[in-house]
Design a protein around this ligand. Structure first.
Ligand code: TRP
Length: 337
């Protein structure tokens, strides 16, 4: 029997998860969990780097994200869901890795650059926030992950991971850490319901996985479409039209979608009809998720059990890597051999 390869993936708990998370990686994780040993990190320490003054929000989001995972079909019997702050081995690894990476290298990360700009940070940037990519390298490498299913915005983190892993192994002349590969969904990035490239709760343009049927309807029926498609008989544009992007991402009947696209381009197909179709697709997909989420939400004790057991399992694995790391770094003062 060959050991299964390892997946490490996860999210920052800053609110419930939405359809962007679902296409970006959640859907992949649900599929891949059968063929890999999967660890799913709820990165509360990372969330705190820019929410340190708002711990209650992070705490509540840990439960929300867990509910979303369970509702989507991440099965705690085969996947390990755990809380970052309760695996202190990750913090220690982060400290050691900080010596193996320069400020310039971290600054070059385009995702971090974007985030710094969005938050308007200058020299006042919290050091914890600036360094969170290094802690993410610890998350991934502690589990000796081969594969990291993430949204494309996380690709620079994978690159940084492999840089630090290589640097560690060369510096300490060992092969304790292993390189990893990203897995990005083929769908690409989902736009917001307003057509904007960035999705965010604060932008009010996301559809949550646990969305009620009523809110889902309101959100779909008010989605942005082709602004030049004024009358039903006008020819419309499909490219960059979020309603069609969502259909591409979620509708199982691709032939029907193709037909609608052709009809829309020719003219004669109204936006309301397309939106009703999309609503139907999303309601079919989300109804069972909503029901499962509600069932788990009514049993918080069980949710906490999942997290407690998952965190204990994750900690044992991270502790093994940390042991090997300390040995490689000649920090194994008290070990017997
Ligand atoms: N940075 C990820 C996010 O923004 C969360 C995360 C933390 C993560 N550690 C990770 C993702 C390790 C993949 C692997 O949601």
């Amino acid at each position: 029997m060959t050991a299964k390869k390892v997946i490490l993936t996860g999210d920052r708990p800053t609110g419930p998860l939405h359809l962007g998370h679902y296409v970006g990686s959640l859907r992949n994780r649900v599929k891949l969990q059968h063929d890999y040993t999967q660890f799913v990190i709820i990165a509360d320490v990372q969330a705190l780097t820019d929410n340190f003054a708002n711990p209650e929000k992070v705490r509540e989001s840990v439960t929300e994200v867990t509910l979303d995972y369970l509702a989507c079909g991440i099965d705690p019997a085969i996947s390990t869901i755990f809380i970052q702050s309760h695996v202190p081995e990750l913090t220690e690894l982060t400290t050691y890795y900080m010596n193996l990476v320069s400020v310039a290298r971290v600054e070059r990360n385009p995702t971090v650059k974007d985030e710094i700009q969005q938050r308007g940070f200058q020299r006042d940037i919290p050091l914890g926030f600036f360094c969170y990519p290094v802690s993410q390298v610890a998350d991934i490498s502690a589990f000796r992950a081969h594969l990291v299913p993430v949204g494309e915005d996380q690709l620079p983190m994978i690159e940084l991971t492999n840089d630090i892993v290589g640097r560690f192994n060369r510096t300490y002349n060992c092969n304790v850490l292993i390189e990893c590969e990203a897995m990005v969904s083929t769908i690409g990035r989902l736009p917001g319901t307003d057509g904007g490239a960035k999705m965010g709760k604060s932008l009010g343009n996301v559809i949550n996985l646990g969305e009620s049927a009523d809110t889902l309807k309101t959100k779909v029926m008010s989605m942005f479409t082709d602004p030049n498609h004024l009358r039903v008989e006008d020819p419309g544009t499909v490219e960059g039209n979020p309603v069609f992007t969502y259909l591409d991402a979620f509708a199982p009947d691709t032939a029907a979608v193709q037909e609608m696209k052709d009809h829309y381009r020719r003219g004669g197909l109204g936006d309301v009809k397309v939106k009703r179709y999309l609503l139907d697709v999303l309601e079919t997909m989300l109804a069972p998720i909503r029901a499962k989420r509600a069932a788990y939400a009514a049993d918080r004790g069980e949710v906490m059990n999942v997290l407690r057991q998952g965190t204990a399992r994750a900690r044992a694995v991270a502790a093994e890597t940390l042991d090997a790391v300390r040995k490689a770094m000649r920090l194994d003062y008290f070990s017997k051999e």
